[in-house]
Design a protein around this ligand. Structure first.
Ligand code: AMP
Ligand code: GLY
Length: 449
């Protein structure tokens, strides 16, 4: 049995409880590419662990056991966990966290990596996140909150475009509109407040100053007290090359992101992560899990666009292959103890992950098309193919979601990682597949200039 310690002294006593053993039971909640990457890394780091994914996909089924319970069915998940008693539960998506999954699991005596509902409001309510940031002095866009569309229109006309209109609550990634004109901003407000396009999630809107710069994602492990940032990453949210077309859940990612220059890290820690956690603590809220800061790197330094309460998707698929430490040990330490900073180490290689999406995504798309070439692609140097929207039908892997696969590669640098990932993409075929051809292009341009 492998026994590892990643806890530091707690309350003056050395914590000697073994963190990971090779017969432990680990439950990962969710069924996308992020969850496949988590299960893949946990399986490598804790050989022999019993891994369960609820509901999982065809990729997680090849590593562990899938159980067909939806990630949003908190009652069903709790009933399963109360029976099976996993040693660690890792929560992928935000919805169950905002619905109180971590609180209910902890009340049942289970160990969970993921914040309480009170802490998950940092993602679940953009208004709450802004209040916390203002109280903590965290750099972010100036914003006003409105429940009345008439008052919002007066404000929009006074401020002028560009502006950003955001629904307060969770809106499946569709609640933010960057508006270049006053008319667009008025339309976005009417959609949310008058036509209730986002239901209750949009009964309050924030109207924000539009920040200018390059975006980057910084995810930090939080152990109840301190934040340990992971390697930086950059997502590609638009559907088509050159950041054109509709927003998606993310069409690819790479790590590290050169825009997060070394000299920015002290400010990211001391002006963003640490004061946010201190302000939550001041409000009686303990944070255990990932604190994800979506940043705009502006001429005045990094500013927060949003916080998320979970691992990013697809950033996680580009970050975890670079992680040189033991993920299970680190997540357990955050869930129930204190994390040893030495657990967070990085391989020098870069990583690029390209999303292969179903034809029509992010609009309506087909499901059930057979996928060819997975085996061949996975055997290429440095390549791992994470599954996102896949399922097994009659013994074959078929498409089952909008984002189907995350074709991921490590390389000596971003260029090699990118070339390897695209070489693997060429080997995979399914009807209607589409992907962006410029994942990581911005990083390469930055390096060249
Ligand atoms: P969010 O869900 O808040 O991250 O917003 C989604 C996307 O909208 C971000 O990734 C940015 O591209 C854009 N965005 C959000 N807030 C702003 C802002 N204040 N200024 C400029 N762009 C923004
Ligand atoms: N990649 C964006 C997100 O996970 O929210």
């Amino acid at each position: 049995m492998r026994c590892l310690q990643a806890v530091e002294k707690q309350d003056g006593n050395s914590c000697s409880r073994p963190l990971c053993s090779n017969n432990m039971k680990i439950l990962v909640i969710g069924g996308g590419g992020r969850e496949h990457a988590l299960v893949w890394k946990l399986a490598r780091d804790t050989p022999g662990a019993h891994l369960y994914c609820l509901p999982g996909n065809a990729g997680t089924a090849a590593i562990g056991v899938n159980v067909p319970i939806s990630a949003e069915d908190v009652g069903g998940l709790l009933a399963w966990a109360a029976r099976e008693r996993p040693d660690l539960t890792v929560v992928g998506p935000e919805a169950p966290l905002c619905a109180g999954l971590a609180d209910r699991f902890r009340a049942a005596g289970l160990t969970v990596f993921g914040p309480s509902a009170a802490a998950a409001r940092i993602e679940g309510s953009k208004r709450f996140a802004k209040e916390v940031m203002h109280a903590a002095g965290v750099p972010t866009a100036a914003a006003e909150v409105f429940t009345d569309s008439g008052a919002a229109r007066v404000f929009i006309r006074k401020k002028g475009a560009p502006l950003v209109v955001k629904a307060d609550g969770l809106a499946a990634g569709k609640g933010v509109t960057v508006c270049d004109t006053i008319e667009e901003a008025e339309h976005a407000v009417a959609e949310a407040l008058d036509r209730r396009a986002f239901g209750d999630a949009g009964c309050e809107v924030l109207i924000e100053e539009c920040l200018v710069g390059e975006e980057a994602s910084v995810l930090a492990l939080v152990d109840g007290e301190r934040a340990f940032p992971l390697a930086s990453a950059q997502d590609h949210k638009r559907a088509f090359d050159g950041d054109r077309g509709p927003n998606t859940g993310g069409m690819g990612a790479y790590s590290p992101a050169p825009v997060v220059r070394d000299e920015l890290w002290p400010a990211i820690r001391s002006r963003i992560l640490d004061p946010t956690l201190a302000e939550l603590r001041r409000r009686g809220i303990e944070y255990r899990g990932i604190l994800y800061a979506g940043l705009m790197i502006t001429a005045e330094g990094p500013k927060v666009l949003e916080f998320n309460c979970r691992f990013g998707d697809p950033e996680t698929q580009a970050i975890l292959p670079r992680w040189d430490g033991d993920l299970g040990v680190a997540l357990l330490a955050c869930a129930r103890g204190r994390l040893d900073p030495a657990a967070v180490r990085w391989r020098p290689e870069a990583c690029v992950s390209v999303v292969l999406a179903a034809g029509g995504y992010p609009g309506s798309y087909r499901k059930g098309d057979p996928i060819e070439g997975l085996e061949e692609a996975s055997q290429m140097p440095g390549v791992t193919v994470f599954h996102a929207g896949t399922a097994i039908r009659d013994g074959r892997v078929v498409t089952a979601g909008g984002r189907v696969l995350n074709v991921t590669a490590l390389g000596a640098d971003i260029r090699e990682a990118r070339d390897r990932a695209y070489a693997a993409v060429e080997r995979i075929r399914f009807a209607g597949a589409h992907f962006r051809r410029d994942i990581a292009a911005r990083a390469l341009r930055a390096r060249e200039s």
